[in-house]
Design a protein around this ligand. Structure first.
Ligand code: GLN
Length: 198
């Protein structure tokens, strides 16, 4: 069995969105677990080589997708052999299908169909304590113009749901969230992800 890498190198996609919060969250989560780490902003395809994981932050998925293509990063991201940790717009970008979106193609890493901003205007942003598989007590989840997962493929494990809609999921080594775990001051989901890396 392969052991844990001696050094976790985590690239935070830093094209647009809340990058600093993820850098801070992963830095603290690694320190708590005493994991040797390098948390790096990721802006070029050359920087992907040698990463253990890539985090895709929330933001505006249309803009992030455009910048991924502009920077020539799409192929390297699609073929990345490490793990993804994706939040909100990041979850949209990893999907195989975005309902009603014709301006750009998502990366197709996760076999899910999503609807952007589907919680609707009155629930543009909301917070909710949700049960997440793998955590002992509820997680305070911050939703900001969150996407809804309409369909999950057979290899997708739903970790949390609201009204039967998946809001946290795992697919093998990847984890994706419709909410923003980096904004809660609770590092348990970052830690859970770190514990799956090898
Ligand atoms: N709904 C936004 C999008 O699709 C994501 C919002 C967010 O990341 N907070 O880009």
């Amino acid at each position: 069995m392969a052991g844990k890498p001696s050094l976790f190198r985590i690239g935070i996609l830093a094209l647009q969105g809340n990058v600093t919060e993820h850098i801070d969250a992963f830095t603290h989560a690694c320190r708590i677990q005493d994991i040797p780490h390098e948390i790096l902003p990721l802006r070029k395809k050359e920087e992907i080589t040698g990463l253990t994981a890539i985090a895709i932050p929330g933001g505006e998925s249309t803009t992030i997708a455009r910048l991924i293509d502009k920077n020539g990063m799409r192929d390297a991201m699609v073929h990345f052999s490490g793990s993804y940790f994706a939040t909100c717009a990041g979850l949209v970008l990893l999907a195989s299908e975005i309902i009603g979106e014709e301006r750009y193609t998502p990366l197709g890493i996760l076999d899910i169909s999503v609807s952007r901003n589907a919680f609707g205007r009155q629930k543009d942003s909301f917070e909710s304590d949700i049960n997440v598989q793998g955590l002992d007590t509820p997680f305070h989840a911050v939703f900001i113009r969150a996407p809804v997962v309409i369909r999950t493929g057979s290899h997708i494990q739903v970790l949390a749901a609201i009204d039967s809609m998946a809001v946290a999921l795992q697919a093998g080594k990847h984890m994706a969230f419709a909410f923003h775990p980096e904004l809660s001051g609770d590092l348990r989901l970052h830690s859970l992800f770190l514990s799956t890396l090898s």
